[in-house]
Ligand binder design. Structure first.
Ligand code: ATP
Ligand code: MG
Length: 419
């Protein structure tokens, strides 16, 4: 028990961490190229924020939240997603008072009580972006373009972008009636969750993963064919912008978000080679959410991207992330005086941005050389007691095994030339 992490969580050990660092740095870089700035919000929020912000009828709120009462009697939830906290921060910090739009990104852990499997964890991590304050179709296209640019730079060109329009509350109301009519004779065969959805939010039945529900909705009327002129026009413009940027997409009328405050554009980016959990990135527009959470009426659009699924996709596509190189220098010491003196050397090198280390567990000289190899040092510096007096050290180039005698007092200068 004590030596096992909780189910659905994972350590990132150093042999994996370099991949995380790489994708995080790349994500930050792409975000800043697009003019987005980072926002960091707490790991936990008031439970009410997610009930309202994600929606009472969603799986997340109904079954997946890590909620508890804190010692002060507050209802608290570990964040299951990043949008509601970003909206809360936007309102609380009055970011709407700045010049708009507000373009934010975040890198965050998320917590959902789900059945763990490949690409599905209980603590997972997301890259996300949110744009507040513009309902222009160009912003929807930009949000997708940012994700695509990131995937391109990480080496993934084979992902599929699927887009849809889920209309606005008014066109959806009419459509829900049409859909209910279509499903009237099929309700009994649907899964229990969908039976419940039939009255409350029938659109989400199209999104059900149960094969029976899938079967029953194959020929269902599609919202995209029933959206109002304004929504249609917005969608056409989003498509034009994507085409203008040469971004390939498919229209997938079955993508739904299914909450009143989500509207117009919905999209997913799919990887076909990571099995069942194939959605690497999902996003869309939510023009009603800021107001729903107590802020001034402000349009919004964004996405969330699963980092574990991204790394899985990279692995399945045999895309290697460049590994950080080893140390510049490893210092091998022969004798006690040399050992003491070596601390002076390594601290001087480190202060000059040369990465270096020495033995810390009393290895023999032979074992120190072996260890220097293991940590992938580019050069080994060998110092002995006598050599300190004579102001000399041996410098060994580990890739060629060439060895040079140089002046100890000129070590830094020599290394700067060779590294
Ligand atoms: P799914 O349909 O796979 O359950 P979702 O619709 O619940 O996804 P979102 O809430 O849109 O997902 O989250 C955005 C992204 O976060 C997903 O596309 C996915 O890459 C990732 N994600 C969601 N849930 C998990 C999880 N439990 N473990 C790992 N990654 C996840
Ligand atoms: Mg889910």
């Amino acid at each position: 028990m004590l030596t096992k992490a909780p189910r659905g969580t994972k350590d990132v050990v150093p042999s994996e961490a370099y991949k995380w660092i790489y994708v995080e740095e790349l994500f930050r870089k792409v975000c800043s190229l697009f003019g987005y700035e980072e926002v960091r919000t707490p790991i936990f929020e008031h439970t009410e924020l997610f009930k309202r912000g994600v929606g009472e009828t969603t799986d997340i709120v109904q079954k997946e939240m890590y909620s508890f009462e804190d010692n002060g009697g507050r209802e608290i939830t570990l964040k299951p997603e990043g949008t509601a906290p970003a909206v809360r921060a936007f309102i609380e910090n009055k970011l709407y008072a700045d010049a708009q739009p507000t373009k934010l990104y975040y890198i965050t852990p998320c917590f959902r009580y789900e059945r763990p499997q490949a690409g599905r964890l209980r603590q997972f991590h997301q890259f996300g972006i949110e744009v507040f304050g513009s309902n222009a179709p160009s912003v929807d296209a930009e949000v997708m373009a940012l994700a695509i640019e990131f995937f391109k730079r990480v080496g993934l060109e084979s992902l599929e972008l699927r887009i849809n329009s889920i209309g606005c509350p008014s066109c959806r109301k009419e459509y829900n009636n049409i859909l209910r009519e279509y499903l009237r004779n099929k309700v009994d065969t649907l899964c229990n969750t969908c039976k419940d959805r039939y009255e409350r939010n029938p659109m989400r039945i199209l999104d059900c993963k149960n094969p029976v529900c899938n079967e029953e909705t194959v020929d269902a009327p599609l919202l995209i064919n029933h959206i109002c002129t304004e929504c249609k026009d917005h969608f056409e413009k989003v498509r034009k912008h994507l085409e203008g940027m040469n971004i390939k997409y498919e229209i997938d009328p079955k993508i739904v978000r299914g909450l009143d405050y989500y509207n117009k554009t919905a999209f997913e980016i799919i990887s076909k080679d990571i099995g069942a959990q194939s959605t690497v990135c999902g996003g869309g527009r939510y023009d009603g959410l800021v107001e729903q959470l107590g802020g001034p009426s402000t349009p919004g659009v964004g996405f969330g991207m699963g980092i574990e699924r991204l790394l899985l996709t990279l692995e399945n596509n045999n895309i290697n992330i460049p590994k950080k190189e080893g140390l510049d220098i490893f210092v091998v010491t022969i004798g006690e005086k040399a050992e003491e003196y070596s601390f002076k050397i390594i601290s001087q090198l480190r202060q000059n941005d040369i990465s270096c280390d020495k033995d810390h567990i009393g290895r023999s000289v032979k074992a120190q050389f072996k260890y220097s190899d293991k940590v992938n040092a580019r050069f080994t510096v060998v110092i002995g007691d006598d050599e300190i007096e004579k102001d000399t050290v041996q410098l060994k180039d580990m890739s060629t095994s060439n060895q040079y005698e140089i002046k100890l007092s000129e070590l830094l200068k020599e290394l700067k030339e060779r590294l």
